[in-house]
Each structure stands twice: as structure tokens, then as C-alpha cells.
Design a binder for this molecule. Structure first.
Ligand code: CP3
Length: 354
């Protein structure tokens, strides 16, 4: 099934929503809006329910995941929910010793750097993440016609955490492996592609209406390296979920030079950060794909007038695109005023009402 055919399962209810229509590049009543990291520390109600519960534990508690996922939908009236989880959850689920350290990010106890280390990356089964299936079942019941976006980390970004052992500015160990042992690197990314594809399938089969592949840190690569060393694995992930016919979104930060290739990897919607205006991004991506983005998340710390002026710029650059999903150019920053987000959703909806 292609992304333009009607599905038959859970996803039927959300099929005609503005978000799904924009992903399919169909006319919409208003430009749909959601925010990467819309659930999380910017919301007092999130801080309250998470109190005393470590991040990764919270991802395995279906009732809590349901509540946290719904919080930004209730508060901001966004056009889509994003499943509350983290990109390292499938790795934890197959037994990798890792933790999410507050204010730091994912930390891996024993980094993966040798052929022997690869054996620790076993296949992911639906039973490994049964709590995801349970939570999505609850969520789709509550969400009705509002689509739920499932997500996963892309092979490169997952590899960067596994090889570095934690967050990294320069990705030196990752690049050392990629250039120094191309075969081991290719095998590592291929294993991660299988795990990622299995994780996305669980989410779609449980009822997610769309999926986003986060390749957050791939902007660290030049296009030739991306094409040779990363694109085959990302393409394998997109290929693996193609038959479901749900929109596939692909996002990374600082990926201006990679936008065309990231679309080519198999995305239906290409996410753009704030560094490239959407009309220029559309030229780089080429026809046949929708775009998502791209207000600088730091703009939300400015005055309402400034937020609106910068939003007008985004909407003007997107006005001739057949499919535009409004979003930030990266995740909501933790100290963002939640009211500024609510106002932004309303502003985009009113400005684009047709
Ligand atoms: O609302 C949503 O967007 C869904 C939730 C979500 C989380 N992580 C929850 C989370 C999503 C989509 C992610 C994806 C994710 N995780 C990415 C890709 C998106 C991006 O930002 O580029 C990456 C690179 C990670 C890895 C990760 N996990 C980082 C860098 C951090 C932040 C560390 C910190 O504390 O500043 C995390 C932890 C994390 N993931 C938090 C949340 C809400 C914060 C932990 C907490 O609230 O205790």
C-alpha cells in the first residue's frame, strides 16, 4: 500500500485529520501543528506526574505514558500527539546497559566498538516492548481522530550514543569506527536498522498513525559520507514499514546539506531545522514530499510580537508548498513558557484558516 491509500486498521479514524492530509500533500482546513518534545519539562503537569520516577522507568508504565502523551494535546490543542518514550528505549529493551541521566542524556555503560560488542545487539521482539503496545492501545482510544505519531532513533544517531557511550559534541569515536572499519560500521548500522524497524512496526501495529525517524545528530556528516555510510541503513528502516502506508517523517538537526538525501532515503515528510527556509528546503528535497518545520525553538523566549513575526516568515516560505506540517526546528526547550506554545498553535491555526 502506498501512503496515499486508505488504511483499514486503527488508523482509519485519523485518516481525514489535517495532520494526515498535510503529510499526504492534500488540501487542509488549516496548517496542522505539533511540537517535537511537546511532552516534557516545559509542562508543570509533566513535572508533577514524573516526580520520583526515573525517565526510563516512566517509559515502561503504560498509564503514565498515556497521561504524559495526552498532556500537550489537552493543553495546547496540537494536531497530533507524539508517543512518550525515548530513542534508547528499544536498546534498553534488548538488554543494553544504559541509563538516561537528567540534564545529560543517554549514557551507555559499555560502549560498542568491536566486532564482539555487536553480539550484544540482539533482535527486538514485540514482547520486549509489550508496554508500548499496551500504552498505544489506551492512547488511540483516548485520542479518537487526533493522530498519534510513533517514533524511533535512526541508526546513525543510535550508533553515536552506543559508540561514544553518551552524548558527544564531535562524534570522534563514531567517525573513527565509520572511517576505520567500514565493514564493522555497516554491520552495526544494519543491526540497528532491524531493531529500529521492529520497534516502529510494534507502534504502527498498535495504532500509531504516522512515524518519525529521528536522526538528530546526522548533520555532523558530509553528504558523501551520509550517502555511503548511513543512507542504506535508514532506507532499510523506511522500506520495512512502507507497506503499512502510514506517513514516514525524517528529521535531523543541521541537515541543510542532507535534505535531498534524507528524502531519498524513503521519507514522505522531511523535517527541517530553522537554518534553511522552507521554500529553499523544498527545492533541495524536490517534488513529491511534504515538509515539517521550522521555527527556531529559542524564538519562543522572545515577545509575542516577535514570535508572530518569525511565524509569519515560516508560513510565508511555506505558502506554495503542497504539504506543510508546522513544527519547531528542534525540540521544545525545557524552560519554554507553555503559554507561548499554546498561543503559537492558535496563531498558526488562525493565520492559515481556509
Ligand atoms: O514529546 C515528545 O517529543 C516525546 C518524547 C521524547 C523524548 N525523547 C522524551 C525525553 C522524544 C521524541 C525523544 C527523542 C530523543 N531522545 C531524541 C531525538 C529528538 C531530539 O531531541 O533530537 C534524542 C537525541 C534523545 C536522547 C535524549 N533523551 C536526550 C538528548 C535527552 C535530554 C537529556 C536532558 O535531561 O536534558 C533525553 C531525556 C529525555 N527524553 C527527556 C524527555 C522528556 C528528559 C528527561 C526527563 O524529563 O527527566
Amino acid at each position: 500500500m502506498s501512503a496515499n491509500e486508505r488504511p483499514s486498521g486503527q488508523q482509519t479514524q485519523t485518516y481525514d485529520s489535517p495532520f494526515m492530509k498535510a503529510c499526504r500533500r492534500e488540501p487542509v482546513p488549516h496548517t496542522p501543528v505539533w511540537f517535537m518534545r511537546q511532552a516534557g519539562r516545559s509542562l508543570p503537569e509533566y513535572l508533577k506526574v514524573r516526580e520520583g520516577i526515573p525517565m526510563l522507568d516512566s517509559c515502561m508504565m503504560p498509564e503514565l505514558v498515556t497521561e504524559i502523551t495526552l498532556q500537550p494535546v489537552r493543553r495546547h490543542k496540537v494536531d497530533a500527539a507524539i508517543y512518550f518514550s525515548d530513542i534508547v528505549v528499544p536498546l534498553k529493551a534488548i538488554g543494553i546497559d544504559l541509563d538516561i541521566k537528567p540534564g545529560v542524556g543517554p549514557v551507555v555503560a559499555e560502549p560498542i566498538r568491536s566486532r564482539a560488542d555487536l553480539d550484544r545487539l540482539r533482535d527486538l521482539t514485540p514482547e520486549d516492548v509489550h508496554y508500548v503496545t499496551e500504552a498505544i492501545g489506551m492512547l488511540t482510544g483516548e485520542l479518537g481522530a487526533t493522530p498519534l505519531i510513533g517514533f524511533a532513533g535512526a541508526p546513525f544517531t543510535l550508533a553515536s550514543y552506543l559508540v561514544e557511550g553518551g552524548p558527544s559534541r564531535n562524534h570522534e569515536h563514531t567517525k573513527a569506527l565509520m572511517y576505520g572499519d567500514p565493514q564493522l560500521w555497516a554491520d552495526l548500522l544494519d543491526r540497528l536498522a532491524d531493531i529500529t524497524a521492529a520497534f516502529l512496526k510494534v507502534q504502527i501495529e498498535a495504532g500509531a498513525s504516522a512515524v518519525q525517524l529521528f536522526d538528530s545528530w546526522v548533520g555532523a556528516l558530509a553528504p558523501a559520507d551520509y550517502r555511503r555510510s548511513v543512507m542504506p541503513a535508514s532506507a532499510k528502516v523506511f522500506q520495512a514499514v512502507e507497506s503499512y502506508g502510514v506517513p514516514r517523517i525524517h528529521f535531523g538537526v543541521g541537515t541543510g546539506e542532507l535534505l535531498g538525501l534524507m528524502g531519498e532515503a524513503g521519507a514522505d515528510v522531511v523535517g527541517v531545522d530553522w537554518r534553511v527556509p522552507l521554500d529553499e528546503a523544498a527545492r533541495r528535497v524536490g517534488p513529491g514530499k511534504a515538509l515539517q518545520g521550522n521555527l527556531d525553538p529559542a524564538v519562543l523566549f522572545s515577545t509575542t510580537e516577535a514570535v508572530q513575526a518569525k511565524t509569519d516568515e515560516v508560513l510565508a516560505a511555506a505558502k506554495d508548498l503542497p504539504g506543510h506540517v508546522f513544527n519547531l526546528g528542534h525540540g521544545v526547550l525545557p524552560t519554554t513558557d507553555p503559554d507561548a506554545l499554546t498561543r503559537l498553535v492558535d496563531y498558526v491555526h488562525t493565520q492559515t484558516a481556509r
